[in-house]
Design a protein around this ligand. Structure first.
Ligand SMILES: Nc1ncnc2c1ncn2[C@@H]1O[C@H](COP(=O)(O)OP(=O)(O)OP(=O)(O)O)[C@@H](O)[C@H]1O
Length: 458
């Protein structure tokens, strides 16, 4: 078939016959599904009520999923229509939704008390192994809170995956409007017009996959983030009483003495810890935080709760996580299928750029690191990066810091945005950059790293 004249629509745009199936879900069951990045399915609620990780979905709206593992949950029963074929799909009657909702109501009680006493609401830390369902639980608790009018601040301390930002960053954002279920959390201002209100995250750059690659740097950013979040919470009574929920990487929960957990608890004045999917961790944390603190008459009490891992949570291997990160970076520059962006290419001179990198050792594989590695203490926390073709395909964070700030100040500066290095021409001393929006390159320092490892086919 030839292209449609004038519209540049080729045969690939002609709709294929897509298989449509209907699923009847009984009350308190969930339909779990997986879709690889190479395909796409559309889900529509036809009858009843249903939600995706706490966010209610309306009848008749088609949600599109690609590269997604998730579930549709219903409290009272529903019918869904699915266009396309998921790689995995089944219905489950056994879910921990009852206990997850109890956790939500317990947090609501604390928020109610905080409102009455004009004090701080719960500061909740979620810990547990990799792929325990921590992020999913946070989405659920945030959505349930938001549906009751709370303004919950979510803090992502897991650099493996970005929250409203790119992988390798640590972020915080207050959620007062609905989460975008297709996109996970929603979109930030750089992602263009959106049906769901955009969220403005506070972003810090770590540039590493695991905090253990440089605990000194990670701790510094945790402390800076805690300061920023605490001051943001104190600016609004509602944010203050709604409190915050902190997501963490599984690696910090694996071995005692849980140094990084202790650091986060201290900096954010955490008063509720939810241990997800690990009895051993729960028991260690009870001893460490509940029992120890109960001996002190002045320290605020910490409640440690254990919750079971959902049978639906899927293990994601290294290759899948690579695809997730590639997708996050691609969406940042090119937008989403429904809301594409036209990224902007600019060419700048070498001397317009001041690029830094983490000291070389810190980019090494985690398995080479001794436990509690603090970075090379003799090296500065950031080093000047020479502009060479080796920078091609690197993602660089543009900081809010000024060019003449010290590197110590730069690492605790927030991120303005990101550019992708397309080409370095050593002869002409020019660098070609990709930016998500049009504009002049700000005269600010940039930091780059080998993580996330993404090659965009531009
Ligand atoms: N009930 C469920 N049914 C189907 N898939 C689910 C369910 N709960 C979670 N998942 C999926 O399982 C995967 C892992 O969950 P999640 O990201 O919440 O784990 P995590 O503990 O935060 O992982 P990590 O610490 O490694 O980032 C995600 O792709 C998520 O969408």
């Amino acid at each position: 078939m030839s292209a449609v004249p004038g519209l540049q629509l080729g045969p690939e745009h002609v709709e294929e016959d897509v298989k449509t199936s209907t699923h009847e879900l009984a009350a308190e069951t969930e339909w779990r599904f997986e879709v690889p990045f190479s395909s796409n399915i559309e889900i529509k609620l036809i009858r009843g009520t249903a939600e995706i990780f706490g966010t209610e979905i309306p009848i008749g709206h088609a949600y599109s999923f690609s590269g997604y593992k998730g579930a549709i949950w219903t409290w009272y029963g529903c019918t869904i229509e699915v266009k396309g074929i998921p790689s995995v799909d089944y219905t489950s009657e056994e879910t921990p939704m009852g206990t997850y909702t109890n956790a939500h109501f317990a947090l609501q009680r604390l928020r109610g008390q905080a409102q009455e006493q004009n004090s701080s609401g719960p500061r909740v830390l979620i810990v547990g192994p990799d792929d325990a369902g921590k992020t999913t639980l946070i989405k659920m608790l945030t959505s349930y809170g938001q549906r009751l009018g709370e303004r919950v601040t979510v803090v992502n301390m897991n650099p493996k995956e970005g929250l409203l930002s790119l992988p390798g960053t640590l972020t915080a954002a207050t959620f007062s409007t609905i989460l975008d279920v297709e996109d996970g959390w929603g979109s930030s201002p750089t992602t263009g017009p959106s049906g769901v209100p955009v969220k403005v995250p506070l972003v810090y750059y770590l540039g590493l996959e695991h905090p253990e690659q440089n605990t000194k740097l990670y701790k510094k950013i945790v402390s800076r983030m805690a300061l920023a979040v605490n001051s943001r919470l104190s600016e609004s009574d509602q944010c203050k009483s709604s409190g915050c929920i902190i997501d963490t990487p599984g690696s910090i929960s694996t071995t005692a003495p849980y140094e990084l957990i202790q650091h986060i608890v201290a900096e954010f004045s955490v008063n509720v810890i939810i241990s997800l999917g690990s009895e051993r961790l729960y028991s260690d944390l009870v001893k460490k935080f509940e029992t120890e603190r109960s001996k002190s008459s002045t320290a605020e009490k910490i409640t440690v709760i254990k919750l079971a891992k959902s049978g639906g949570v899927v293990d994601r291997d290294a290759n899948y996580m690579k695809e997730v990160r590639h997708d996050q970076v691609k969406r940042y520059f090119y937008g989403e299928p429904k809301r594409p962006l036209s990224p902007y290419t600019m060419t700048v001179d070498f001397d317009q750029l001041q690029i830094y990198k983490l000291p070389e050792q810190d980019n090494l594989n985690l398995s080479f690191m001794p436990v509690g590695y603090e970075g090379d203490l003799n090296k500065p926390i950031l080093e000047k990066q020479a502009i060479t073709p080796l920078l091609t395909n690197a993602v660089a964070a543009i900081l809010h810091a000024r060019l003449n700030d010290s590197v110590e100040d730069m690492v605790i500066s927030t991120v303005m945005g990101f550019v992708y290095i397309l080409e370095v021409d050593e002869k002409k001393k020019k660098v070609k950059l990709l930016a998500p929006i049009m504009g002049r390159l700000p005269a600010r320092p940039m930091v780059t790293s080998s993580f996330p490892e993404v090659i965009l086919n531009t």
